[in-house]
Every structure is written in structure tokens, then in C-alpha cells.
Design a protein around this ligand. Sequence first.
Ligand code: FPP
Length: 239
Amino acid sequence: MTQLPASYVPRHVAIIMDGNGRWAQQRGLSRLQGHQEGAQSVQAVLQACRKAGVKFLTLYAFSTENWVRPRSEVNGLMKLLMQFLKEHEPDLHKHKIRLRAIGRLDDLPRPLQAILRHVMKATESYDAGQLVLCLSYGGRAEIVHAASKIARRVKAGELAVADIDEAEFARNLYAPDVPDPDLMIRTSGEMRLSNFLLWQLSYTELYVTDALWPDFREDQFFKALAEYGRRRRRFGHIR
Ligand code: FPP
């Protein structure tokens, strides 16, 4: 299914890619093998976004809470992210996709920071689509970061307290020019936000599937878009 009615197509899809560990455990594999298979789903969903015309894809790849996992898993995930960026840079150029990374990027290993900086710079002029990776990301940390930026500007006399409204606050988030997600997908059945895009998800349609992330491929993605197409978005109004 590649030709979807326009109303099925969200401009921005955000995903909590959950269930890699369980997928691996069910098969007697290591958690890292689950993440590796999860990276294949990332590739499949990126391609599905291009087919469907989804312009922004935001992926929760590593949270501020994930640092407490065993060191071997954290290191393996960091390596996997580096490998993914190296392998996918040509694809981003080919399809004119801009890479963004949001979160506490200074927490990441230096070699990963370096490749992120390189790919972000090399793709910054592209506008066919954007891939936003959330790395060492937490929604509360993002809100606190925005609040402290605003406080500094008020202290420096650059901003009046009376001028702080929702629009001004949002301009201080990590990627203020990225529109709020229209659809948020969470795999593996958990009904939680897990500190993901707390500000931006205010009016986002939520879709939770029992499929584990490594099993979430193009057909599952199009199923989510079809469900989105059936939703009535009211944004607090009566319609
Ligand atoms: C949650 O599953 C998943 C993560 C913490 C990592 C997500 C990372 C990837 C899919 C790897 C590649 C990413 C990119 C962008 C290339 P879990 O480990 O918490 O699963 P569980 O709840 O079943 O244990």
C-alpha cells in the first residue's frame, strides 16, 4: 500500500521503539541482537515514511534513563548508532533527508558526537524530510533546559517576564522549528509516555501496538497510518 489518501498521512510521526529486549529473549538471543534487529526496523520505517510522504520522523533511540543499563548494552547501543550513521549517510544524501539529534548530546561518547556533528552539518540544507534522533533524551530535561535558557535571557535583560508565553517557551526547546508530532507510535504494548516529548505530544494522536519493535516493519507502519486516518483530531474544539 503506497498510495494513501492525504488525510492518512501525518506530517510528523514520533516513535517509542520498545521491545527489542523481549524480542531477543523470546529467541534465546542477546539483548544487543534485539537492538540490531531493531535497527533494521528503523531502516524499514524510514523507507516507509518516504513512500507515504511523512516528512518528519522522530525516534526515541536512547533516553536519559537508559544510562543505568549494563555497560555492555550501553556500549553496544552506542556502537550500533555509530554504525547506523556511517551506513546510512549515503542514503540521507540520496534522498535529501536532514539528520537532527536532540538530547544531552554532551553525554554521548566522543566518537558518536563527532559523527553526529559531521552528518548533521553535511545534511543541514536538505528539506525533503527530517530524521530526528533522540539521544540521551528526556522530556523533563528538555523542559528544564528551555526554562533555564529563558531565565538567563530574562536575567540578562533580553526578555521581559510578560513576554513569556507558550510560543516563546516552545522557541527554547531543542528543535523549535520541527512541528509537533501528529502521530506517536509505541511498540510492545506499554501504555506510557516514558518521558518522551512531553511538551510536544500535547495534541498528538497515540497509537500503541503489541508488536515488538524488531517486528514493526512497513506493513505495521501503514496499519498505524490507516488508524491515524480514521481519527478525528479536535484540538479541544467541538466538531
Ligand atoms: C527499547 O527496547 C529500545 C531501546 C532502549 C533502544 C532503541 C534502539 C534501537 C532500535 C537501535 C537502533 C536505533 C537507531 C536509531 C539506529 P528495550 O530494550 O527496552 O526492550 P524491552 O522492553 O523488551 O527490554
